[in-house]
Structure formats: structure tokens, C-alpha cells
Design a protein around this ligand. Sequence first.
Ligand code: ATP
Length: 138
Amino acid sequence: VERTLALIKPDAINTADEIETILLNHGFAILQKRRVTLTAEQCSDFYSEHYGKKFFPSLVAFMTSAPIVAMVLTKENAIQQWRELIGPTNSIVAKETYPDSIRALFGTNEQKNAVHGSDSAVSAEREIRFFFPNCIVE
Ligand code: ATP
């Protein structure tokens, strides 16, 4: 089984229980879970690949505006499976093209999109270590 890092973002924090029920019903297991409010510095570090982009300051403001839930999810092919379940980045697009996806159901637009999922094995490992530095990755 593979691991991925999932975040429930500030705009969806009040629907975290519903999102967890959906992911459990889709065969994911929650290996680790942590609720945390990111500082601007931590958030900039997590999203360092987007540093310098036009939306970066607004992304940091959004992601530090309320608590988030970080989870290590496991399932066969978890990285790709989680990205499929959450849907396209932009929740407006998700509502049009994949109405059952988590971003369609719980997100609003290209920024407020409810959840995050690692996009590769390399980023999953980095992101899991970021939130769970004591997590053993075999
Ligand atoms: P990936 O890391 O694989 O691209 P992602 O779907 O989360 O996954 P990114 O492009 O990495 O999307 O963007 C990171 C986050 O920044 C998005 O999830 C969203 O919250 C925000 N974002 C992305 N593009 C925009 C944009 N054009 N305007 C505002 N916020 C954006």
C-alpha cells in the first residue's frame, strides 16, 4: 500500500468529519492525523514551489486563516486515487466536470478548494515528513 498526504484546508474545516467519512468509505485508511494552524513561515515552506507566483501571498493568507487537518492516508495507489477523489484544482471546474468530487462538494473556487493531495511519490514523502516528522517511511 502507498501513502499520501491529505490536507483539509481552512474553508472546509467545519466539514472535516464529512470529508473523513467520504474518504473512509472510498477505502482509504487514516494512518496519522493532526489538526494545526500554520504560521505564514510554515505555509510558505510547504508551498515553496509556488513562491513568486501572483497567487502566492493570497494562498498563504488563506491557508493560515484557520486550522487545517493534515492526514497520512494509505490505500493501494493512494496518491493517484486521492487526487481522483478530490477532483480538479479549481472547484468551479470540479462542479462542472466531476460533481461527486470532494472539491466540487466542499470547495468554492480556484483557491478555496477544500483539500490538498500530494502530486507524486517524491512530494508525498516530503509532505508527510513536513507534518509528521516522526513518521516512519519504510
Ligand atoms: P498540484 O500541487 O499537483 O498542482 P493542486 O491541485 O493543489 O495540486 P497547485 O497548482 O499546486 O494545485 O496550487 C496549490 C494551491 O494554490 C491550490 O490548491 C489552490 O488552493 C491555490 N491556487 C492554485 N492556483 C491558484 C490560482 N490561480 N489562484 C488562486 N489560488 C490558486
